[in-house]
Design a binder for this molecule. Structure first.
Ligand code: ADP
Ligand code: MG
Length: 699
């Protein structure tokens, strides 16, 4: 068996890796031979030879194996050179192969290519063609390999791994280098899972699995290898979450809570409505947590409009009753501001001191508030995440509430804990995700769910229609005293153009369909105070129509707004559409949502259809996962940080459940993974989640 230390050798140890390429590899965080072995393909491509008589496959490249008959070059402009070879391809007949080259950039490459195109050479060609290409008998070549090169089998002939790479490193070179690393070191990879576990879950050994994934001989072998590595990742994640959960439970806050009801009782009496059963249950769960000696880390889930804010307020009041401070953080200033006014309203007659700290608060006032917070003269502070970023010193911060927490990454969440190891944390989210996903994302949290809507909510109907129809509804409702939102998409890639478009649209509507109505425009680039002023006007009912960008996507609560028109709705994701739509139907009037768009792709059509069919956030979450896959559906920030390369949360629900169970089992037998047989697992755990993530603390 090869020496395990080969895995720790620098990548330069491998043939073909010099200092320059080693530097490029380092950009991919590939430093050692072991890193290369563990750098999994991000997808696989079927490069089996394309059978004759079939058109160009839609999801795979064209792959041909043939012999050069003759070749020539043809200039196609000052910067482009075509190399053309006539190839004899068995069963296909004669095919014209074309390489596009920029002569100035790749002189050496060109020489090499010319050598490969000598008459009689056998080549593998991987490329693309027009539809019906094989009739046209032409292939545009992306990659070619000499059949007499023994390494060609790493790149063509069957399933081939596709690797993420970086500028300056071709994928071909990387694949080859990983191939070399595998030959050198795959057998040195240590199997660190207990053998009985492997047997029970019927999993491949790690070295075998790595080979299967990098160079699968069949789809079945690939899947077996992938599952093993996926299980591995999920087991590590499960162990990390379970350890973290336990570690928090061991901390002692150092103070106790008493439910005095001096604030809670008058608060409930002044609400103007009775909390739903679900809200009451969840408040109890939170109170129980807060009264424990160990700090709370609880996720509060509940669909848009289920009434999470009052639940959070109750928790903040319990802290206030006990003379401790609370912070309430929202992802946007608009939302923080709006919560501030909501809090003011709910707490109007109570001796609770609430302040708002956002960038729109004037400097002098801000300084005064900061002083009072430090002196313990403010009970509840609202703001964005900047609140916890050092500038604000609390006298006795005991509870932090994070609203719409899915807007933030996993790592941001886990570092929050470091800011206050003994602080109670309440994280609120409206993105309903399937249970298995919740387990992966929030495995370190306790969870509560508000699974009931307040009574008397009017339904929201959703219609995919033309703009005139939607604007007609806006005018009709305005005549009845109801307000509307008209939302334009802004996506990051084209933010400036989108913003310009939204502004131009505002002018067009004001002069046209909305003339005579009180209309206002709000978007993310407006200065904070201006934004807040417009929102306040709208909330006070002095604006009929708010033309807006997705800045109002989350949280905004104006019950008199009954209509929402979403322009170019096909450009939004499902989760965003659901959130947006959640802004209406909050009063007693039925909400009307109009999706104005002409969806071009099947996926977009499906999104629109799902939204018209249901308002059930859970179903929408599942559809989103199906349509976009976990990376996109969960937000790349969240998903990327889980560090899952082999596991696919949409597909591996069974593995996730199994790995979670096994993680619990391992820790039950060996609480700190201190036993010799768990040393390997423990090492990997520390490497990944302690040193890289800083999210657990194994001594
Ligand atoms: P979300 O869970 O989306 O944050 P909110 O907390 O903004 O929902 O609540 C939505 C609206 O429902 C608010 O206007 C809130 O005052 C109201 N609300 C909350 N709970 C109840 C209840 N039990 N009965 C009636 N209305 C309620
Ligand atoms: Mg909310």
């Amino acid at each position: 068996m090869p020496d395990a230390s080969v895995l720790g050798k620098p990548a330069q140890y491998l043939t073909g890796v010099g200092p320059k390429r080693a530097e490029l590899l380092a950009r991919l965080e590939l430093h050692t031979v072991g890193d290369l072995v563990n750098h999994l393909p991000r997808s696989w491509e079927d490069r089996a030879p394309t059978p004759p008589g079939r058109g160009v496959p839609a999801d795979a490249p064209l792959v041909l194996r043939g012999r050069v008959v003759d070749s020539f070059e043809r200039r196609a402009g000052p910067h482009l050179l075509l190399m053309v070879a006539r190839m004899a391809v068995p069963e296909h007949g004669e095919v014209e192969a074309v390489w596009f080259k920029r002569p100035s950039r790749s002189y050496d490459v060109l020489l090499g290519l010319k050598k490969d195109l000598a008459r009689g050479t056998d080549l593998w060609l991987v490329g693309r063609g027009e539809p019906g290409l094989l009739k046209a008998r032409r292939i545009d070549v992306d990659e070619h390999y000499r059949v007499d090169d023994p390494r060609s089998v790493w790149h063509v002939g069957g399933l081939v791994g596709r690797y993420a790479t970086t500028e300056g490193l071709t994928e071909r070179w990387l694949r080859e280098t990983i191939g070399r690393a595998l030959e050198e070191a795959a057998d040195a990879v240590v199997e660190d899972l207990p053998p009985d576990l492997l047997a029970r879950r019927e999993l491949l050994a790690r070295p075998q699995a790595l080979r299967a994934v990098h160079r699968p001989r069949s789809a079945a072998e690939l899947e077996e290898g992938r599952r093993r590595l996926a299980y591995d990742e999920l087991l590590l994640l499960g162990l990390a979450w379970a350890l973290k959960h336990r570690q928090i439970r061991r901390v002692d806050k150092g103070y106790g809570y008493e439910v005095r009801r001096s604030l809670l009782t008058p608060f409930k009496a002044a609400l103007g409505f009775e909390m739903t059963r679900a809200q009451k249950r969840v408040v109890n769960e939170i109170f129980e947590d807060m009264r424990r000696p160990a700090p709370m880390t609880r996720l509060l889930q509940g669909d848009v409009g289920s009434g999470k804010t009052v639940v959070a307020l109750a928790a903040l009041l319990l802290a206030a009753e006990n003379g401790r401070q609370g912070a309430f953080m929202a992802p946007t200033e608009i939302l923080a501001d709006q919560h501030f006014w909501t809090f003011k309203r709910f707490l109007a007659d109570l001796p609770v001191r609430v302040e708002l700290l956002t960038s729109s608060v004037p400097k002098a006032r801000r300084t005064r508030i900061l002083e009072r917070v430090a002196a313990g003269e403010v009970d509840i502070v609202l703001g964005t995440h900047a609140l916890l970023e050092g500038a604000v010193k609390f006298k006795s911060l005991a509870l932090a509430v994070i609203d719409e927490q899915h807007r933030f990454g996993v790592r941001q969440r886990t570092t929050l804990r470091q800011k206050g190891p003994a602080m109670d944390l309440l994280l609120m989210t409206a993105t309903p995700i399937p249970r298995t996903l919740a387990l992966a994302l929030y495995g370190d949290l306790d969870a509560s769910t508000v699974d009931e809507m307040p009574p008397g909510r009017a339904a929201v109907s959703t219609l995919h229609c033309a703009e005139e129809r939607a604007l007609e509804a806006v005018r009709l409702e305005a005549a009845r005293g109801r307000q509307s939102y008209i939302v334009y998409p802004i996506i990051e890639e084209s933010a400036r153009l989108d913003l310009k478009a939204a502004t131009a649209e505002f002018d067009r509507l004001k002069k046209g369909a909305l003339s005579g109505l009180r209309a206002a425009l709000v978007h993310g680039r407006l200065p904070g105070p201006k934004k807040v002023a417009v929102m306040d006007e709208f909330a006070a009912g002095r604006v009929d129509v708010l033309v807006t960008t997705p800045v109002i996507e989350v949280g905004v609560d104006v019950p008199n707004a009954a209509v929402m028109v979403i322009q170019n709705a096909d450009r939004f994701g499902l989760a965003s559409l659901h959130q947006l739509r959640g802004r209406i139907g909050r009063g007693k009037d039925p909400g009307k949502c109009f999706l104005v768009c002409d969806p071009k792709s099947d996926a977009a059509r499906r999104r629109i259809q799902v939204l018209c069919e249901t308002t059930d956030g859970f179903r929408i979450g599942e559809e989103d996962l199906k349509l976009r896959g976990p990376g996109e559906a969960l937000g790349t920030a969240q998903h990327g940080e889980l560090g899952l390369a082999a596991a696919d949360l949409a597909r591996d629900a069974d593995l996730l459940a199994a790995s979670r169970e096994d993680a619990e089992g391992l820790l039950a037998a060996d609480a700190d993974l201190a036993k010799a047989e768990n040393a390997g697992l423990r090492r990997r755990l520390v490497e990944r989640y302690q040193e890289r993530w800083k999210s657990i603390d194994l001594a």
